[in-house]
Ligand binder design. Structure first.
Ligand SMILES: Cc1cc2nc3c(=O)[nH]c(=O)nc-3n(C[C@H](O)[C@H](O)[C@H](O)COP(=O)(O)O)c2cc1C
Length: 306
């Protein structure tokens, strides 16, 4: 017998039929007069994270919202992430109330705005955000640019609908948002570059959505915990050396260099070794020892830094 109850799946299942942890993001866009307006959003997640020629987020929203209308019209937005502060969450909920014009909404916001760093005409960003993603809608995927002609239809848009980009249902929209810039406050920038500790994470709350037609529920930030990778998962030096020295017949690795990369998971090892060999070839090296491995690491962390 199952230890679970079978729950009916209904509209907005993530908050009506489940407990789904979500981020809280204030999205800035430009209204018709070119002023920045803010909308509250949780259904916004990483979409292209590697292996494509750009990085992207996906946003799911009501197609009659100011945010959706502004993205359809201008293609630009900024995702502002705030730290945990009950007053800010209260303002966020006010900015999440449907049916108000940007002017009416912005009169309720006390967030100081400033210019971002991406090129072109862009909405302003929230000064106190710990990070901001400045984005451009990829309206080429699924020919979604054709949906620009549907701007202004606020009572429900008739089909046909797109599957994942543009107007996707009578009241819904999905946007694949290319990330143009990630702006980070210095403290967290340093944490990413120099390594995180429990006390240098931003204090991020978790949103559990709108429930029982009454409240938005969210949790207070808690100091993060850490869990090391499973014991015994490290590869033996000998097996790394065996794999490393089969990549190229002229470029070889010393045992000491291989010792430095035993923590790379098996499934990624070949790709990582191939990149190292490509770099060695560029440099004219025939042996990768500790010094060369260190240089490869420094190069990677510099790239991260950029
Ligand atoms: C914390 C929070 C999260 C929300 N997340 C979403 C969401 O992911 N998608 C959505 O369509 N509406 C979401 N809403 C509701 C929108 O904020 C609401 O439709 C609002 O009118 C949007 O503002 P805008 O019209 O200025 O874009 C959320 C509201 C709050 C308070």
């Amino acid at each position: 017998m199952s230890s679970f109850k079978d729950l009916r799946i209904v509209d907005n299942f993530y908050q009506t039929s489940a407990f789904f942890p979500m981020p809280t993001i204030l999205i800035s866009t430009l209204d018709e007069e070119g002023n920045t307006t803010l909308g509250a959003y949780s259904l916004c997640f990483p979409y292209y994270i590697a292996g494509k020629n750009y990085y992207a987020m996906i946003l799911e929203c009501r197609n009659s919202s100011n945010t959706a209308q502004n993205i359809l019209r201008t293609g630009k937005c900024a995702l502002n992430f705030l730290e945990d502060d009950p007053k800010d969450f209260q303002t966020t909920v006010k900015l999440g109330f449907p049916g108000e014009t940007p002017k009416e909404k912005m009169a309720k916001s006390n967030f100081v705005l400033e210019k971002g760093q991406a090129e072109g005409v862009r909405p302003l960003v929230i000064q106190k955000a710990y990070q901001v993603f400045e984005c451009t809608w990829d309206d080429q995927l699924e020919d979604a640019y054709l949906d620009k002609s549907k701007v202004g239809q606020l009572e429900g848009i008739e089909g046909p609908y797109r599957n994942f980009n543009g107007v996707t249902s009578k009241f819904g929209c999905h946007f694949i948002l290319k990330i143009d810039k990630i702006l980070m406050k210095e403290k967290f920038y340093n944490a990413i570059i120099n390594g995180v500790k429990a006390n240098n994470f931003p204090r991020v709350p978790v949103d559990y959505g709108y429930r029982d037609s009454t409240y938005f529920w969210y949790t207070k930030f808690r100091r993060p915990r850490k869990e090391p990778i499973p014991a015994g998962k490290e590869a033996s030096v000998d097996s790394v050396m065996y794999a490393a020295n089969r990549i190229d017949d002229k470029i070889k690795f010393t045992k000491e260099a291989c010792q430095m990369i035993t923590k790379i998971p098996r499934v990624f090892l070949k790709a990582a070794l191939t990149q190292m060999v490509d770099y060695a070839r560029e440099k004219g090296w025939t042996l990768i020892d500790v010094k060369e491995m260190q240089e490869i690491r420094d190069k990677r962390s510099k790239e991260k830094n950029k």
